[in-house]
Write a protein that binds this ligand. Structure first.
Ligand code: ADA
Length: 579
């Protein structure tokens, strides 16, 4: 298994460190203070969550992982972690070499000189709550523990290609790729070489000198003769390859994939390649009873096959950046994605919040930039949009998203309706409305929406006048198997009534360009209550300590509302089309 659904390197040696590692949860035994474990009590799969082990189902604390690897020659190496939940510290051969916070973005460690022979890597993982963690908090999804996404060991040359960022731009019907290649020089000398980039039959070469110990960003533009655009109906992908050449020898490479498409907001519409988009789908947590959020690709594929069976084309990655492999699948299958950095009703008044939300946001955009399926960036789900302090944080994070990527519209999912002070900061207004669940009966859905749209368009001062609107969350709880002829709360029958009314109103309103049901599947939630003043989460409103608002249960078994969703989505496809 690797970090992507395709090999990212032909030249660079890259091996998977997935498999069974030695494991020591501190509920078994703690190492001596300041020492690495002298022995390990268990073994655990990577990637996996430790909650998959029967006596660790609710373990919240620290776990130590260890394995060795062998190098045939002295070389620089790069350890790449797809995701560790939620705080990692890494030692190689007993030396601390780095770490990372937050489960949902990839990160890497570069070790400039390792000798030939066998080396030892130890990873301490912590999924506890506390001041050290402002994004992973008691919440309406579970914070699992473990090395939860793939790990790769790469042998790199002294100078290597760190990233390729490629933005497709259409100019009078022709396409170009505006590219930035980041070359990292880990040596103590300046190095001169050539960057060669190819895609869709076009090629460009630039000669550069990378200063010692620095990362150089090399801009270049490719102008392919002819390409087929990317869209839901025709998701054409092209290989993008970058090579680093020194004295005529290709010493490093990096591959990605691109799709030629442009996303724009024009008035009240969201356009893909100039055509109006209508987004229809779900909020999907990365969660499964057997894997936690270490969901394997086969399960990702089943989930998207269910989206397709339900005539859906839209995935909101609530509430954090997703595994790059599901984004690869969305690229291949033509599923549109709203990806967001990690936050849900997150208090802003904690010491490390801004630092941690900035890192989650930067790492999301810089690692997922090239995915054509991502059409919207988001963050700050249901955070404080009613105070000046909250406005300042929204201004910073929405501004950061725009600074990192001016090519995609930005938004946040809001729940403060007419008290929202931040709508001027976004390109798309997104509302989480739970008509039929948190207030008002289902039959009031259309009325509540019309009243909000009227308020929004009433004057510029609201900040959202004339902007596209997405219904980013709506739905209700249904405990699997609970039936009720009178459609009582928590029955599958009531969820069916509620979604029928919500979908009828939201999918047919021309002012609404997208609708994401809350939520795809039932998911595990925290046992702990959140006691901050900005997050109202508590497990007592969550039967089974699950969020039961899925249209399928946690094992992806359909509930009664499944066929109602399918019918409404099919009607929307007929009425509003597909791009
Ligand atoms: C909010 C929140 C979701 C989920 C939902 C619910 O809209 O954004 O994460 O908690 O409520 O199920 O109540």
């Amino acid at each position: 298994m690797s970090l992507r659904l395709f090999p990212e390197h032909r030249i660079r040696s890259s091996v998977s460190l997935d498999g069974v590692w030695e494991f020591l949860p501190e509920c078994d035994r703690s190492p001596e203070p300041g020492q690495l474990p002298s022995s390990y009590s268990r073994r655990l799969a990577v990637p996996q969550v430790w909650e998959s082990i029967p006596d660790l189902k609710a373990y919240r604390g620290t776990g130590w992982y260890r394995r060795s690897f062998t190098l045939e020659r002295e070389t620089a190496v790069r350890l790449v972690f797809g995701g560790v939940s939620h705080t990692a510290t890494v030692w190689v051969d007993g030396q601390e070499v780095g770490g990372h916070y937050d489960a949902f973005t990839p990160w890497d460690l570069v070790l400039p000189h390792l000798s030939a022979g066998t080396h030892d890597v130890v990873v301490r993982v912590d999924n506890s709550f506390g001041d050290h963690s402002t994004l992973h908090i008691p919440n309406d999804y579970y914070t699992f523990g473990g090395i939860t996404r793939p790990v790769e060991l790469q042998e790199i040359s002294g100078v290597f290609i760190d990233k390729i960022l490629a933005q497709p731009v259409s100019v009078r019907g022709a396409w170009k790729l505006v590219i930035r290649v980041r070359i990292s020089n880990t040596t103590s000398d300046a190095v001169t070489g050539s960057v060669v980039v190819t895609a869709a039959g076009a090629e460009e070469t630039v000669e550069v000198t990378v200063p010692a110990g620095e990362v150089l960003e090399v801009p270049l533009t490719l102008k392919p003769a002819r390409v087929k655009p990317w869209s839901e109906k025709k998701p054409h992908l092209y290989d993008l390859e970058a090579f680093w050449v020194e004295e005529g020898e290709v010493v490093d490479d990096k591959r990605d994939r691109v799709g030629f498409r442009e996303v724009k907001v024009r008035g009240k519409k969201l356009l893909l390649n100039g055509e109006p988009l209508h987004l229809r789908g779900f909020n999907r947590h990365e969660d499964h009873p057997s894997f936690g959020y270490a969901v394997p690709p086969g399960q990702m594929y089943q989930d998207l096959a269910i989206f397709r069976d339900l005539n859906c084309n839209f995935l909101r990655t609530c509430h954090y950046p997703n595994d790059m492999r599901i984004l690869d699948l969305c690229d291949e299958l033509g599923i549109y994605v709203w990806e967001e950095s990690h936050s849900r009703q997150t208090p802003f008044d904690t010491p490390r919040f801004l630092e941690q939300i900035r890192t989650s946001t930067i790492e999301m955009v810089e690692n997922h930039f090239n995915h054509p399926s991502i059409v919207i960036w988001g963050s700050l789900n249901e955070c404080d949009t009613r105070s000046q302090e909250g406005y300042e944080v929204h201004k910073e994070v929405m501004g950061l998203l725009k600074e990192l990527d001016a090519s995609r519209p930005v938004t946040y999912a809001a729940n403060h309706r007419k008290q929202d002070l931040c709508l001027g900061l976004v390109d798309i207004v997104s509302w989480n409305l739970y008509t039929g669940w948190y207030g008002d009966p289902p039959e009031k859905t259309g009325e509540v929406l019309q009243d909000l749209i009227k308020w929004l368009d009433s004057d510029e001062s609201k900040g959202g006048k004339g902007k596209p609107v997405i219904m980013s969350e709506f739905g209700g709880g249904a405990i699997p198997g609970v039936r009720s002829p009178q459609a009582d709360f928590w029955s599958e029958d009531y969820q069916d009534v509620l979604l029928d009314a919500n979908l009828e109103a939201y999918l047919t309103n021309p002012r609404v360009v997208g609708a994401a049901i809350w939520q795809f599947c039932d998911v595990r939630v925290s046992r702990e209550k959140n006691t901050s003043r900005f997050n109202s989460y508590g497990p007592m409103g969550r039967p089974r300590t699950m969020n039961n608002k899925g249209v399928v249960d946690e094992f992806r078994r359909p509930k009664v509302a499944y066929d109602t969703v399918k019918r409404h989505m099919a009607k929307a496809v007929r009425a509003r089309g597909r791009v």
